[in-house]
Design a protein around this ligand. Structure first.
Ligand SMILES: Nc1ncnc2c1ncn2[C@@H]1O[C@H](COP(=O)(O)OP(=O)(O)O)[C@@H](O)[C@H]1O
Ligand SMILES: [Mg+2]
Length: 299
């Protein structure tokens, strides 16, 4: 896709943004997994009554929601309401934070993710994560992709093919195929983020978690990542945390709106206010808190 086309699309998206609310018109000219007729109902991950603690602090309380297969599920809500905390609980990334623990139940394809016999490393291979700031390794483009398959001991018959496949899957191959031995750090921010997505898909995950993957990128690079997410949802299940409500409206099938509440001891904690089809959340939410947030009256 040429730069101009992307730019025009971006302008169209911008024009479709409603004032004081979020127009979802843009989403209709930007086909999403749901529009492509994929099944909507089967849950790959299910959270039931999930609380997440940091030490004694119960940061997130009582979250129950499914993550639908081959869907894009967006988590939105004001800063500090626990979006990243919940996202990290889905691939046991919180295990790496001292004092962090999860109660309630999170199942992945019916298996308790936190059962003692479950290997968190294997969980993170199947449920990969892309972070806010692109974080390529200080290695060549090729080695960034080959790293995961090598360290996880994947059986790879032809690494060159795997590298090409992952970079193609992340819509980056054409831009880098002639400089695979060059440092990944020389790429633009948007290219680095697509490289990180390629690195994630190189180990053949099932689910991809993205924590504000576009917040460090310009609108054109953001548009490319959004297009890529929609493309990736054909083969993967995607969960994205975003600050950008237009982005949630444009790309996601389901939206989870979180907010922060204060308990009677004065402690702030995150709760899931409403989970529903994105279209419903942005046009006719059931809860007043959701409506106030998406219309910009709060947050
Ligand atoms: N590593 C951590 N240790 C202690 N508290 C944390 C940690 N990470 C997040 N928190 C707290 O958990 C709450 C939710 O944070 P976070 O999940 O980062 O929110 P969001 O991603 O919605 O901005 C906040 O009160 C935050 O201060
Ligand atoms: Mg966050």
């Amino acid at each position: 896709m040429s730069e101009t086309t992307t730019q025009q699309q971006d302008q169209q998206r911008v024009q479709h943004r409603g004032v004081g609310g979020v127009s979802i018109t843009a989403r209709q000219q930007h086909p999403t997994p749901a529009d492509q007729g994929r099944p909507q109902t089967e849950a790959v991950i299910e959270l039931r009554n999930v609380d997440v603690y940091y030490g004694d602090y119960r940061a997130v309380r009582n979250v129950t929601m499914p993550i639908g297969k081959n869907q894009i599920t967006a988590m939105i809500g004001p800063s500090g309401c626990g979006k990243s905390t919940v996202l990290r609980s889905l691939n046991r990334m919180n295990d790496l934070i001292p004092g962090a623990r999860v109660t309630g139940s999170i199942t992945y394809r019916g298996q308790d993710l936190y059962a003692p016999e479950v290997d968190p490393i294997e969980v993170r291979r199947r449920i990969g994560m892309v972070f806010q700031k692109p974080n390529p390794f200080p290695k060549s483009i090729y080695d960034n992709i080959a790293y995961g398959p090598r360290v996880t001991g994947m059986k790879v018959s032809n690494m060159d093919d795997l590298v090409e496949e992952a970079l193609t899957g992340a819509a980056l191959w054409d831009e880098v195929k002639d400089k695979l031995k060059q440092s990944a750090l020389a790429l633009s921010g948007g290219q680095q983020q697509r490289l990180c997505i390629a690195r994630t898909i190189a180990v053949k995950p099932d689910v991809i978690l993205m924590d504000e993957p576009c917040s460090a990128l310009d609108p054109i690079a953001t548009g490319k990542i959004e297009d890529l997410m929609v493309e990736l949802a054909r083969n993967y299940t995607i969960v994205i945390v975003t600050h950008n409500m237009q982005q949630a409206a444009r790309v996601s099938d389901k939206t989870a709106f979180f907010t922060a509440e204060v308990d009677d001891k004065g402690e702030r904690y995150g709760v899931l206010v409403e989970f529903d089809d994105t279209q419903k959340i942005f046009t006719n939410p059931s809860k007043k808190q959701t409506e106030d947030y998406i219309t910009g009256r709060f947050g």
